[in-house]
Ligand binder design. Structure first.
Ligand SMILES: Nc1nc2c(ncn2[C@@H]2O[C@H](COP(=O)(O)OP(=O)(O)OP(=O)(O)O)[C@@H](O)[C@H]2O)c(=O)[nH]1
Ligand SMILES: [Mg+2]
Length: 258
């Protein structure tokens, strides 16, 4: 896995990129292990590599949540537009994929880290939190335990991630209506109240399906828009509001279209 720094190029000045403001206003530093900065978003370069992905600015996004909630499937759906049906192959350690999105005329590269949900890989995951600009925290609407564990994940995030990390809660597998045990309202309630001091106004929340694609692109686009705005908001540019965007654009689980 390469973690090379990319040289600067036009599109994102170092100044703009390093002016990454705190997510929700100033907050006191957290105690605990010294948390290195997640660093500015990486300025872009015209890539000549095999991927051929030109971009202006890059961010690191991490998928976290219990084993089996659908993190890998969500990433594969987003990256390849496909669903990994069949035998469940649990992620070992950590993996990543890149995707470049066009966000209001700017090429935003998301480097998406797919973590292993199994407890035994937790220390590996901890090491990556500090570099993440955004986290997608998943539970499975057909698995109550994965929902109940969200609070523990939030505690972990508070301990290991940067205080200004962009965080979104996703209830996945909403296509499985028959097996659903976590109501949408419960997810909404948890997002509102359960975020503690992580997000002043609660977490943005959406229900998704890696199987049908429901709200998958939207979740990543919302993250990309928020990160882009934070790093290089031009004067006069209208304020992007992640909560409003997610509320406005998110589709309900009952809807037939992804
Ligand atoms: N019905 C349905 N099944 C899903 C969905 N997403 C994932 N699955 C299934 O759930 C199982 C687990 O999916 P993964 O994406 O591998 O889970 P994971 O969170 O990556 O698990 P770990 O790698 O162990 O952390 C697989 O059998 C998938 O086919 C979904 O949206 N709907
Ligand atoms: Mg996985």
């Amino acid at each position: 896995m390469s973690r090379k720094k990319t040289p600067k190029s036009k599109g994102a000045s170092a100044t703009a990129a390093s002016a990454l403001p705190a997510a929700n206003g100033p907050r006191p530093a957290r105690p605990g292990p010294e948390a290195p900065r997640n660093g500015p978003p990486q300025p872009g370069r015209p890539s000549l590599g095999g991927g051929g992905d030109f971009y202006d600015v890059a961010f690191k996004v991490m998928l976290v949540g219990d084993s089996g909630v659908g993190k890998t499937c969500l990433l594969v759906r987003f990256k390849d537009g496909a669903f990994l049906a069949g035998t469940f192959i649990s992620t070992v350690g950590i993996d990543f994929r890149n995707k470049v999105l066009d966000v209001d005329g700017m090429k935003v590269k998301l480097q998406i880290w797919d973590t292993a949900g199994q407890e035994r890989f937790r220390s590996v995951t901890h090491a990556y939190y500090r570099d993440a600009h955004a986290l997608l925290l998943l539970y499975d609407v057909t698995n109550k335990a994965s929902f109940d564990n969200i609070q523990a994940w939030l505690t972990e995030i508070q301990e290991y991630a940067q205080h200004n990390v962009v965080l979104m809660l996703l209830g996945n597998k909403v296509d499985s209506a028959q097996e659903r045990v976590v109501k949408r309202e419960d997810g909404e309630k948890l997002a509102k109240a359960g975020s503690g001091c992580l997000q002043e106004y609660g977490l943005p929340f959406m229900e998704t399906s890696a199987k049908t694609g429901l709200n998958v692109d939207l979740a990543f686009m919302a993250i990309a828009k928020e990160l882009k705005q934070r790093s290089m908001k031009a004067p006069g540019e209208p304020q992007f509001r992640l909560h409003d965007y997610v509320k406005r654009e998110g589709r309900g689980a009952s809807c037939c279209r992804p």
